[in-house]
Design a protein around this ligand. Structure first.
Ligand SMILES: Cc1cc2nc3c(=O)[nH]c(=O)nc-3n(C[C@H](O)[C@H](O)[C@H](O)COP(=O)(O)OP(=O)(O)OC[C@H]3O[C@@H](n4cnc5c(N)ncnc54)[C@H](O)[C@@H]3O)c2cc1C
Length: 257
């Protein structure tokens, strides 16, 4: 079985986020595999172990994404591909990323493509479905279970806490939801082996893409942090006076009544 995982390097949202000149300041931040993509890597490895074949992880990004690709290889993926757009593109959005990934995947005869449900930084949840649309294959989002029999797949997807059971056929793209599995930690032998596994690097040229083919369709106008939480107010005095003051504040300050 030919299995692909779409993997994004994201900054760790446990990090303190600061905005500089309208952009999230990445200086000194820790970077990780997007957590939902870890579920995708784990599931891909389990599918390969059950059905045979190989797992390829692919990222659109820059040189520094190599670290996260090596981690996926250390978990057990077989190959990695970095589509390095650093020198070719200044801007990109979900269209850009999906178009590049679909162009890479179109002749790979993938049976199953796994992506994360959403990234913890960009958070649009668009890239997986967009890639499937461009490839003209079925997709099922937020899956918590996948069972493959021949060319058929039975999936359970999370629908806001409820479950939906879906049957479809391969080739198929799915997006991973929390609860799909418990991603393994890379073992020491896994880390050693990963150093020798193939990590290919491609550029737009290798995919016969020009800059204008992947021009972003959207523009981010502004990025800002939520307003700082104000300290709480403690009301004092008689209970009846406190209630009056509370109602007054709800009316004039919170403007909720
Ligand atoms: C050249 C370039 C410049 C960019 N510049 C900026 C910028 O200045 N500011 C900014 O905020 N963003 C920038 N981006 C990032 C871009 O806007 C989105 O972050 C990216 O397209 C993914 O969208 P998302 O984070 O909403 O992912 P989602 O749609 O939420 O991701 C869902 C899933 O899709 C897959 N996926 C997503 N992204 C990738 C990827 N890169 N490679 C492989 N799989 C992926 C993963 O499986 C992920 O879990 C740039 C992108 C490119 C290509």
């Amino acid at each position: 079985m030919n299995i692909f995982v779409l993997l994004k390097r994201t900054f760790d949202t446990e990090e303190k986020i600061t905005i500089t000149n309208g952009f999230i300041d990445e200086e000194g931040a820790e970077f990780i595999i997007n957590p939902y993509d870890e579920y995708a890597v784990e599931e891909a490895i389990q599918i390969r172990d059950a059905h045979g074949g190989e797992v390829t992880v692919v990222t659109v990004g820059g040189e520094e994404s190599e670290k996260q690709l090596r981690t996926a290889l250390a978990m057990g993926a077989d190959k990695a591909v970095l589509i390095n757009v650093e020198d070719d593109l200044e801007d990109g959005d979900q269209f850009t990323t999906a178009k590049i990934l679909a162009e890479f995947l179109k002749d790979k005869e993938a049976d199953v493509i796994l992506a994360g449900n959403v990234t913890i930084d960009g958070g649009s949840g668009q890239v997986g479905p967009r890639v499937a649309e461009l490839l003209g294959i079925p997709y099922v989002t937020t899956i918590t279970e996948i069972e493959i029999k021949g060319t058929q797949a039975k999936l359970i997807r999370d629908v806001e806490g409820d479950s939906e059971v879906i049957e479809t056929s391969l080739p198929l793209l799915v997006t991973a939801q929390q609860g799909l599995n418990e991603p393994r930690y890379p073992s020491l032998p896994g880390i050693m082996k990963a150093k020798k596994k193939p990590l290919d690097e491609l550029e737009l040229d290798d995919l016969d893409l020009e800059e204008e083919d992947v021009e972003p369709k959207t523009k981010t106008i502004e990025v800002f942090l939520p307003p700082k939480k104000e300290t709480g107010k403690i009301l004092e005095g008689d209970l009846s006076d406190q209630v009056k003051e509370l109602v007054q504040l709800l009316h004039t300050e919170a403007k909720v009544v």
